[in-house]
Design a protein around this ligand. Sequence first.
Ligand code: NI
Length: 345
Amino acid sequence: MENHKSLIWPQAIVVAILALCGAFGIGLLLPVNPKMSEAQTKQALDSKDLTAKTGTQQRIEKFKAMMLTSWQEQAKAKGISYNLPSHYQGATIEQAKLSPGQKVIALTFDDGPWPKSTAQILDILKENNIKATFFQIGQNLKNYPDLSKRVVAEGHVLGNHTWHHWYHYLNPQAAAFEIESTTNLIYQTTGVKTNLFRPPGGVMRNGVVDYAKHKNYAIIMWSDDSVDYSRPSVAKLVRTVMKEAKPGGIILMHDGGGNRSHTVEALPEIISNLRKQGYSFVTIPELLELQDKDQALAAAKKQVQNKDQNTTTDKKPTQSPDQNTTTDKKPVQSPDQNTTTDKKQ
Ligand code: NI
């Protein structure tokens, strides 16, 4: 049996080699086959190419869809949360303290999501390539979840503005419901775990702010009230906003809660006027981050100035702010200088 087998194998290999040579030969002859027109050849090649391309395209699309799903799942599992340093947790912020040269300002929109006006405001922000912050009401979010999804998908920031937008006193259980149910729905709908809270009507003493502080939310107020809820004329609305505009300012407007056609109409003019004055636009987390950087830089500059005044022997060229922060090991520093710097923080 074994001998017989060993005879068959070499034969099989020879047959296979011959078959391969034959196929190769035919392959070589094909392009020069006179019976096949050039167009036909091209067509044959093109269709082969197209099939290959479609296959690749499908594989890429499949891969992209897979990656997107996995990214969305991951985002939902982890939650998109805004990076707030611990000193902002439980703090109340009306505006950022920035040096005068830092012309940034934050647009904020309350009481949405709302049919028509939220989408119109999103369109204007998109046209102008501006990111803003939206403080949304839980029950509106329940009614119009797609609008909130769009807010997040277009890169804007979401904050909590309670479930019912009530002004009256709320006991701790009611306050907990107002805040927790809204934050939970924002998370379920958009994957965002918000840590920003704005009390309805700016009411600080009805129980909701106490609860929000206890839960480490940053309480975001405003420095520039457009008073758009009273529906002034578009010209007056623009004037009011411009009058109070300042570096580090937080502008309060409304995308929901009523007829917001005046706000929608005024917004492009407000944006254009602020840009003419040299302002750029940031979200609330960006504004707070800028404040921290600005203050760190100012403290570092102050330290350099103090050192220059007191250290005549210092021959070092200009130092970067990093070198001058708390890690400075120089013996020339007096305790007084440290105290001054601490107070500036
Ligand atoms: Ni409101």
